[in-house]
Design a protein. Sequence first.
Length: 57
Amino acid sequence: NGNTPGTVQFSGLTPQFPGVYQINAVVPPIPAGNAVPLQVQIGGITSPPSAFIAVSQ
């Protein structure tokens, strides 16, 4: 529906890649197919919907 939240399993800085903030999330069950927009919200600030993720089964 465009507003289906995922479950974040980890978010934080990664020791392997200095300066990279990594987010591991479980994508909710949505139909496979085209790429869907991905937004991240941290501390009340939401990223623009300019990132996309492909969904497959």
